[in-house]
Design a protein around this ligand. Sequence first.
Ligand code: HPA
Ligand code: ZN
Length: 341
Amino acid sequence: MTFSASAAPAPAMPPLAELHLHIEGTLEPELIFALAERNGIELPYADLDELRARYEFSDLQSFLDLYYANMSVLQTEADFADMTRAYLRRAAAAGVRHAEIMMDPQAHVDRGVPLATAVNGVASALAASEAEFGISTGLIAAFLRDLSEESALIVLEELLAMDAPIIGIGLDSAEVGNPPSKFIRLYDRAREAGLRLIAHAGEEGPASYVTDALDLLKVERIDHGIRCMEDTALVARLAEEQVPLTVCPLSNVRLGAVDTLADHPLPAMLDAGLNVCVNSDDPAYFGGHVDDNFAGLKAVFGFGTDVLETLAGNSIRSSFITAERRDVLLAELDAWVRAQG
Ligand code: HPA
Ligand code: ZN
């Protein structure tokens, strides 16, 4: 009797789409130092340990301060491309098969980096992503909600004029005090230009920001949205309309939106029938990529194959990919489920 070699074990991660990812939040400390050296930039940290010691956050703003400061090392197209490729390589190992990636154009323009440098650098890496890493991609321009709507409109017009390869717009940065109502004209203009619409809402801000993002900005997806759980009527609406919520559990813990992973509302959101998926947000800052988020959730909540299938399926169905690509990824997910036995 002969035995054939046993098949490789089924991968722990289902194939999925990552829909909530800030490319600038993938900048790892090692790359920050490497780019600083390449560009002759003096960092305010003596070494990696001193930089890593700053990754303790009390709230969203304390993270944003470091996130914006570290961007100073991004100067050339090659810098943006190298950062993007490093994310894609790591994401492929995490099971990501499609990624919709936000970048913050205003954060670069405002410190003197030309818009084309930032956009072309990221876009050049994305253009090669499917061939190089097996990850299809889309680029989303996220606008900083603590800046004026006028500033956002100027940058959006520049992006449109240069025919930047963006599929949509988002809204990020300091949420509280910067409600969706501040950006109605921006979203009207983006919609008129044929762009897809998403926005951060209900991360630190109240549930009413989620409602307003839907009603005033007419967004198709909500980034985070966890504070919707404080409004029963809103939860019922989100469940009824199956509005996608791109949840980022490790981010919520690191920024103090929830105390511990065990306190995260994700299981309650699933129970309420919400269309949730799991994402990494800013993996270099929040303790890991999407596979690390899944590992934490599995450890704390004991999620089995059925929940992982739901979360991965939601991510694929909530993406802005073509129906053809969606069907390919859903078939891969089916195959993954069968391989789990
Ligand atoms: N929230 C808001 N703005 C951001 C984030 C975030 O998690 N990451 C980068 N910009
Ligand atoms: Zn985010």
